[in-house]
Design a protein around this ligand. Structure first.
Ligand code: T3D
Length: 262
């Protein structure tokens, strides 16, 4: 299935959903139209059917954050709480709560909210030529789109503060080394590696992966006692799943498992 939008491409096939930011001439900077289309597309996902969501960008950039062309700063005060309230916050909540892995394929520069949306995803893969910059400090803003929460959790307080306050640019390899992303991939292998990961997740035991994602994300914000209780409860659910039985049977029968997210 392909939905027709102007600023994004959105397709689904057998539980694999692909959302591609598509304003390449502006490095996929997010304008008002794109915001509406992204939320509409994500709302249309059938979570029963979802196995993996891939978020990526068209052209040489992943996303340059807010489209600054939309901001007329000389005609009176702007209320910049509107974007977080009505777009970035709902988007981040959606990405972290979808009951399946969300892969971000950072095909080029990720700046400002573009970077923070990327690191809200579960697995971030970047091409070697991609770069990462918390550009908010360059224009007098604070990181939004969950950046103040995800950054220190991914890379630690010292790096989060330095990266944010200095707004220096990181290469994809540096981003991998400090744990900002999962993997930096040579440009010529990027598309095939992203597809390999998507294909792997599309055939994985999504029932269990969704619960692993939930537990790890909840654990970032909970005490050990709560984490242990949640693991126990989710393990009970997994133990009753068809996927678990299939996984164990396939192991014993020395064959590839066929998982169905049940
Ligand atoms: O406003 C609110 O609602 C608050 C929320 C804010 C969220 C945010 O994301 S704030 C941060 C906004 N983003 C930025 O400040 C990043 C601005 N862009 C850059 O710093 C650089 O473009 C990059 C580091 C991303 C890439 O640099 P480079 O040298 O690879 O490309 P470039 O030549 O600067 O840009 C290429 C084109 O994209 C260029 O257009 P042109 O001259 O070819 O017609 C440039 O103007 C355009 N572009 C890049 N970023 C944006 C943009 N156009 C609109 N908005 C952008 N953010």
């Amino acid at each position: 299935m392909t939905n027709s939008y102007n600023s994004i491409e959105f397709q689904s096939n057998n539980g694999v959903y692909r959302l591609t930011l598509n304003r390449p001439e502006h490095l996929n900077a997010v304008n008002q139209e794109m915001k509406g289309e992204i939320l509409d597309a994500l709302d249309s996902i059938q979570t029963d059917d979802l196995r993996v969501l891939l978020l990526t960008g068209a052209g040489r950039g992943f996303c340059a954050g807010q489209d600054l062309g939309e901001r007329d700063v000389n005609s009176g005060p702007l209320d910049l709480s509107f974007g977080p309230e009505h777009f970035y916050n709902p988007l981040v909540r959606k990405l972290v709560s979808l009951p399946a892995p969300v892969v971000c394929g950072v095909n080029g520069v990720a700046a400002g909210a573009g970077l923070n949306v990327a690191i809200a995803c579960d697995i971030v893969l970047a091409t070697h030529s991609a770069k990462f910059v918390q550009s908010f400090s360059k224009i007098g803003l604070v990181p939004d789109a969950g950046g103040t929460w995800h950054l220190p959790r991914r890379i630690g307080l010292s790096r989060a503060l330095g990266f944010t306050l200095l707004a220096e640019t990181l290469t994809a390899e540096q981003a991998q080394q400090i744990g900002l992303i999962w993997a930096a991939i040579p440009d010529e292998q990027f598309m095939s590696e992203v597809e390999r990961v998507v294909e792997h997740l599309a055939n994985a035991p999504t029932f269990g992966l969704a619960r692993a994602k939930r537990a790890i994300r909840a654990g970032m914000d909970s005490a050990l006692e709560e984490a242990l209780d949640l693991e126990r409860d989710l393990q009970k659910e997994c133990g009753l799943s068809v996927d678990y039985a299939e996984g164990v049977n396939a192991f014993k029968e020395k064959r590839a498992p066929k998982f169905t997210n049940r």
